[in-house]
Design a binder for this molecule. Structure first.
Ligand SMILES: Nc1ncnc2c1ncn2[C@@H]1O[C@H](COP(=O)(O)OP(=O)(O)OP(=O)(O)O)[C@@H](O)[C@H]1O
Ligand SMILES: [Mg+2]
Length: 242
Protein backbone atom coordinates (compact mmCIF):
# COMPACT_ATOMS: atom_id res chain seq x y z
CA UNK A 1 0.00 0.00 0.00
CA UNK A 2 1.59 3.21 -1.06
CA UNK A 3 -1.00 5.93 -0.73
CA UNK A 4 -3.79 6.78 1.65
CA UNK A 5 -6.34 9.38 0.91
CA UNK A 6 -9.28 10.56 2.91
CA UNK A 7 -12.33 12.66 2.37
CA UNK A 8 -13.03 14.28 5.72
CA UNK A 9 -12.22 17.94 5.38
CA UNK A 10 -9.33 19.57 7.13
CA UNK A 11 -7.73 16.48 8.66
CA UNK A 12 -4.26 15.29 7.79
CA UNK A 13 -3.94 11.98 6.00
CA UNK A 14 -3.20 9.12 8.33
CA UNK A 15 -1.71 5.70 7.75
CA UNK A 16 -4.12 2.81 7.91
CA UNK A 17 -3.55 0.49 10.91
CA UNK A 18 -3.02 -2.63 8.88
CA UNK A 19 -1.08 -3.04 5.65
CA UNK A 20 -3.81 -5.29 4.28
CA UNK A 21 -6.72 -2.91 4.89
CA UNK A 22 -7.80 -1.40 1.57
CA UNK A 23 -10.86 0.58 2.65
CA UNK A 24 -11.77 1.85 6.06
CA UNK A 25 -14.29 4.15 7.69
CA UNK A 26 -13.99 5.67 11.14
CA UNK A 27 -16.78 7.43 13.01
CA UNK A 28 -18.79 7.86 9.86
CA UNK A 29 -21.89 9.92 10.44
CA UNK A 30 -24.51 11.01 7.93
CA UNK A 31 -27.49 13.21 8.63
CA UNK A 32 -29.77 14.32 5.83
CA UNK A 33 -31.50 17.68 6.09
CA UNK A 34 -31.53 20.16 8.96
CA UNK A 35 -33.54 20.98 12.02
CA UNK A 36 -36.75 19.13 12.84
CA UNK A 37 -36.84 17.34 9.51
CA UNK A 38 -33.30 16.01 9.72
CA UNK A 39 -32.77 12.26 9.48
CA UNK A 40 -29.78 10.63 11.14
CA UNK A 41 -28.86 7.61 9.00
CA UNK A 42 -25.32 6.75 10.03
CA UNK A 43 -24.35 7.43 13.65
CA UNK A 44 -20.88 5.92 13.99
CA UNK A 45 -20.11 3.49 11.19
CA UNK A 46 -16.73 1.80 11.46
CA UNK A 47 -15.54 -0.64 8.86
CA UNK A 48 -12.23 -2.19 7.88
CA UNK A 49 -12.17 -4.02 4.59
CA UNK A 50 -9.12 -6.21 4.13
CA UNK A 51 -7.61 -7.09 0.81
CA UNK A 52 -9.30 -10.07 -0.84
CA UNK A 53 -12.29 -10.21 1.49
CA UNK A 54 -15.86 -10.59 0.29
CA UNK A 55 -18.04 -8.93 2.94
CA UNK A 56 -21.83 -8.65 3.06
CA UNK A 57 -23.75 -5.78 4.64
CA UNK A 58 -27.29 -6.71 5.61
CA UNK A 59 -29.96 -4.38 6.93
CA UNK A 60 -33.61 -3.63 6.35
CA UNK A 61 -34.76 -1.16 3.74
CA UNK A 62 -34.04 2.40 4.78
CA UNK A 63 -31.31 1.46 7.27
CA UNK A 64 -28.64 3.27 5.25
CA UNK A 65 -26.87 0.66 3.12
CA UNK A 66 -26.82 2.82 -0.01
CA UNK A 67 -25.84 5.84 2.04
CA UNK A 68 -22.87 3.94 3.50
CA UNK A 69 -21.70 2.59 0.14
CA UNK A 70 -21.95 6.04 -1.46
CA UNK A 71 -19.79 7.49 1.30
CA UNK A 72 -17.24 4.68 1.01
CA UNK A 73 -16.99 5.30 -2.74
CA UNK A 74 -16.69 9.07 -2.23
CA UNK A 75 -19.89 9.61 -4.20
CA UNK A 76 -21.17 11.65 -1.26
CA UNK A 77 -19.58 13.39 1.71
CA UNK A 78 -20.16 12.41 5.36
CA UNK A 79 -21.55 14.81 7.95
CA UNK A 80 -18.48 13.82 9.97
CA UNK A 81 -16.01 10.98 10.13
CA UNK A 82 -13.45 9.75 7.70
CA UNK A 83 -13.06 7.32 4.83
CA UNK A 84 -9.57 6.03 4.16
CA UNK A 85 -8.68 4.09 1.08
CA UNK A 86 -5.53 2.51 -0.20
CA UNK A 87 -6.61 2.62 -3.82
CA UNK A 88 -8.54 5.06 -5.93
CA UNK A 89 -9.67 2.16 -8.12
CA UNK A 90 -13.16 1.48 -6.80
CA UNK A 91 -15.85 -0.07 -8.97
CA UNK A 92 -19.44 0.75 -8.05
CA UNK A 93 -22.48 -1.34 -8.85
CA UNK A 94 -25.56 0.89 -8.37
CA UNK A 95 -28.72 -0.34 -6.70
CA UNK A 96 -30.60 0.67 -9.83
CA UNK A 97 -28.21 -0.28 -12.57
CA UNK A 98 -28.74 2.97 -14.47
CA UNK A 99 -27.79 1.69 -17.90
CA UNK A 100 -28.54 3.98 -20.82
CA UNK A 101 -31.42 2.06 -22.48
CA UNK A 102 -30.91 3.41 -26.00
CA UNK A 103 -27.22 2.56 -26.11
CA UNK A 104 -25.95 -0.95 -26.80
CA UNK A 105 -24.61 -3.19 -24.05
CA UNK A 106 -21.07 -2.67 -25.38
CA UNK A 107 -21.49 1.13 -25.46
CA UNK A 108 -22.79 1.11 -21.87
CA UNK A 109 -19.81 -0.92 -20.67
CA UNK A 110 -17.39 1.28 -22.64
CA UNK A 111 -18.81 4.47 -21.09
CA UNK A 112 -16.42 4.77 -18.08
CA UNK A 113 -13.45 4.35 -20.43
CA UNK A 114 -14.81 6.96 -22.87
CA UNK A 115 -15.45 9.37 -19.99
CA UNK A 116 -11.80 9.15 -19.02
CA UNK A 117 -10.71 9.84 -22.56
CA UNK A 118 -9.87 6.47 -24.11
CA UNK A 119 -10.44 6.16 -27.83
CA UNK A 120 -13.68 4.65 -29.00
CA UNK A 121 -12.25 1.54 -30.70
CA UNK A 122 -10.14 0.42 -27.75
CA UNK A 123 -12.91 1.21 -25.25
CA UNK A 124 -15.37 -0.88 -27.25
CA UNK A 125 -12.83 -3.70 -27.55
CA UNK A 126 -12.36 -3.74 -23.78
CA UNK A 127 -16.14 -3.60 -23.29
CA UNK A 128 -16.60 -6.67 -25.49
CA UNK A 129 -13.96 -8.53 -23.52
CA UNK A 130 -15.84 -7.75 -20.31
CA UNK A 131 -19.19 -8.70 -21.80
CA UNK A 132 -17.66 -12.08 -22.68
CA UNK A 133 -16.48 -12.42 -19.06
CA UNK A 134 -20.04 -11.98 -17.82
CA UNK A 135 -21.39 -14.38 -20.47
CA UNK A 136 -23.01 -11.79 -22.73
CA UNK A 137 -20.78 -11.67 -25.81
CA UNK A 138 -23.82 -12.48 -27.95
CA UNK A 139 -25.71 -9.47 -26.58
CA UNK A 140 -22.97 -6.85 -27.06
CA UNK A 141 -24.78 -5.05 -29.87
CA UNK A 142 -28.26 -5.21 -28.35
CA UNK A 143 -29.74 -2.08 -26.85
CA UNK A 144 -29.58 -2.22 -23.05
CA UNK A 145 -33.30 -1.48 -22.80
CA UNK A 146 -34.08 -4.71 -24.69
CA UNK A 147 -32.20 -6.96 -22.25
CA UNK A 148 -33.73 -8.94 -19.38
CA UNK A 149 -33.22 -7.80 -15.79
CA UNK A 150 -30.54 -10.43 -15.19
CA UNK A 151 -28.75 -9.52 -18.41
CA UNK A 152 -28.88 -5.82 -17.55
CA UNK A 153 -27.32 -6.56 -14.17
CA UNK A 154 -24.50 -8.47 -15.91
CA UNK A 155 -23.91 -5.48 -18.18
CA UNK A 156 -23.80 -3.25 -15.09
CA UNK A 157 -21.24 -5.58 -13.49
CA UNK A 158 -19.08 -5.42 -16.63
CA UNK A 159 -19.37 -1.62 -16.58
CA UNK A 160 -18.37 -1.49 -12.89
CA UNK A 161 -15.22 -3.52 -13.58
CA UNK A 162 -14.14 -2.34 -17.03
CA UNK A 163 -11.70 0.21 -15.62
CA UNK A 164 -9.90 -2.51 -13.63
CA UNK A 165 -10.73 -1.51 -10.04
CA UNK A 166 -9.33 -3.55 -7.14
CA UNK A 167 -12.35 -2.88 -4.90
CA UNK A 168 -15.98 -3.53 -5.85
CA UNK A 169 -18.86 -1.99 -3.91
CA UNK A 170 -22.16 -3.60 -4.94
CA UNK A 171 -25.48 -2.16 -3.79
CA UNK A 172 -28.09 -4.95 -3.70
CA UNK A 173 -26.85 -6.55 -6.90
CA UNK A 174 -29.54 -9.24 -6.79
CA UNK A 175 -32.35 -7.15 -5.32
CA UNK A 176 -34.59 -7.01 -8.38
CA UNK A 177 -34.00 -10.57 -9.58
CA UNK A 178 -35.87 -13.84 -9.09
CA UNK A 179 -34.19 -16.53 -7.00
CA UNK A 180 -32.56 -18.32 -9.91
CA UNK A 181 -31.18 -15.18 -11.53
CA UNK A 182 -30.11 -13.84 -8.13
CA UNK A 183 -28.10 -17.01 -7.52
CA UNK A 184 -26.52 -16.82 -10.97
CA UNK A 185 -25.54 -13.15 -10.59
CA UNK A 186 -24.11 -13.83 -7.14
CA UNK A 187 -22.07 -16.74 -8.51
CA UNK A 188 -20.77 -14.44 -11.22
CA UNK A 189 -19.71 -11.91 -8.58
CA UNK A 190 -17.97 -14.68 -6.62
CA UNK A 191 -16.11 -15.83 -9.73
CA UNK A 192 -15.03 -12.32 -10.72
CA UNK A 193 -14.02 -11.64 -7.11
CA UNK A 194 -11.70 -14.66 -7.23
CA UNK A 195 -10.31 -14.36 -10.74
CA UNK A 196 -9.65 -10.62 -10.54
CA UNK A 197 -8.46 -10.73 -6.92
CA UNK A 198 -11.02 -8.15 -5.90
CA UNK A 199 -11.99 -6.90 -2.48
CA UNK A 200 -15.80 -6.86 -2.47
CA UNK A 201 -18.42 -5.27 -0.24
CA UNK A 202 -21.97 -6.31 -1.07
CA UNK A 203 -25.15 -4.85 0.39
CA UNK A 204 -27.95 -7.39 0.25
CA UNK A 205 -31.29 -8.36 1.75
CA UNK A 206 -30.65 -11.99 0.88
CA UNK A 207 -29.31 -13.77 3.95
CA UNK A 208 -28.53 -17.05 2.20
CA UNK A 209 -26.39 -15.21 -0.36
CA UNK A 210 -24.81 -13.11 2.39
CA UNK A 211 -23.85 -16.33 4.19
CA UNK A 212 -21.60 -17.21 1.26
CA UNK A 213 -19.42 -14.16 1.99
CA UNK A 214 -16.34 -14.27 4.25
CA UNK A 215 -18.22 -12.30 6.90
CA UNK A 216 -21.46 -10.45 7.42
CA UNK A 217 -21.98 -7.03 8.94
CA UNK A 218 -25.38 -5.79 10.03
CA UNK A 219 -26.15 -2.08 9.82
CA UNK A 220 -28.35 -1.28 12.80
CA UNK A 221 -29.30 2.15 14.12
CA UNK A 222 -26.46 3.68 12.14
CA UNK A 223 -23.66 1.44 13.38
CA UNK A 224 -22.10 -1.73 11.96
CA UNK A 225 -21.89 -4.92 13.99
CA UNK A 226 -20.85 -8.43 13.11
CA UNK A 227 -23.96 -10.41 12.32
CA UNK A 228 -23.60 -12.63 15.39
CA UNK A 229 -23.24 -9.64 17.67
CA UNK A 230 -26.32 -8.12 16.07
CA UNK A 231 -28.34 -11.26 16.75
CA UNK A 232 -27.55 -11.17 20.46
CA UNK A 233 -27.60 -7.36 20.64
CA UNK A 234 -24.31 -7.54 22.50
CA UNK A 235 -22.02 -5.83 20.01
CA UNK A 236 -20.03 -2.78 20.86
CA UNK A 237 -21.73 0.28 19.35
CA UNK A 238 -19.74 1.66 16.50
CA UNK A 239 -17.28 -1.21 16.52
CA UNK A 240 -17.05 -3.92 13.96
CA UNK A 241 -14.87 -6.93 14.52
CA UNK A 242 -11.92 -6.41 12.24
N1 LIG B 1 -30.59 12.42 -0.44
C1 LIG B 1 -31.35 12.14 0.62
N2 LIG B 1 -32.01 13.12 1.28
C2 LIG B 1 -32.78 12.86 2.37
N3 LIG B 1 -32.93 11.63 2.90
C3 LIG B 1 -32.30 10.62 2.28
C4 LIG B 1 -31.48 10.81 1.12
N4 LIG B 1 -30.97 9.61 0.76
C5 LIG B 1 -31.44 8.72 1.64
N5 LIG B 1 -32.24 9.31 2.55
C6 LIG B 1 -32.91 8.65 3.70
O1 LIG B 1 -31.92 7.95 4.43
C7 LIG B 1 -32.40 6.70 4.87
C8 LIG B 1 -31.47 5.59 4.37
O2 LIG B 1 -31.58 5.49 2.97
P1 LIG B 1 -30.73 4.45 2.13
O3 LIG B 1 -31.12 4.59 0.70
O4 LIG B 1 -29.30 4.60 2.46
O5 LIG B 1 -31.26 3.06 2.74
P2 LIG B 1 -31.03 1.56 2.23
O6 LIG B 1 -30.63 0.75 3.40
O7 LIG B 1 -30.12 1.57 1.06
O8 LIG B 1 -32.51 1.14 1.77
P3 LIG B 1 -32.98 0.11 0.61
O9 LIG B 1 -32.72 -1.27 1.14
O10 LIG B 1 -34.43 0.39 0.45
O11 LIG B 1 -32.19 0.41 -0.62
C9 LIG B 1 -33.83 6.60 4.37
O12 LIG B 1 -34.69 6.96 5.44
C10 LIG B 1 -33.90 7.62 3.25
O13 LIG B 1 -35.19 8.16 3.14
MG1 LIG C 1 -30.31 1.02 -0.89
Amino acid sequence: MTQHTQFASGVATQALPSATVVLESRGLKKTYGRGEKSISVLADANLSLRQGEMVAIVAPSGAGKSTLLHLLAALDTPTSGTVYFATKAIGFLWQRHQLLPDFTAAENVAMPLLVRGENFASALGMARKWLAEVGLENRADHRAGELSGGEQQRVAIARALVTGPSVLLADEPTGDLDEQNAGAVFELLERLHRTHKLTSLIATHNLSLAARCDRILALEHGVLRTREAAATASGTPGGEAS
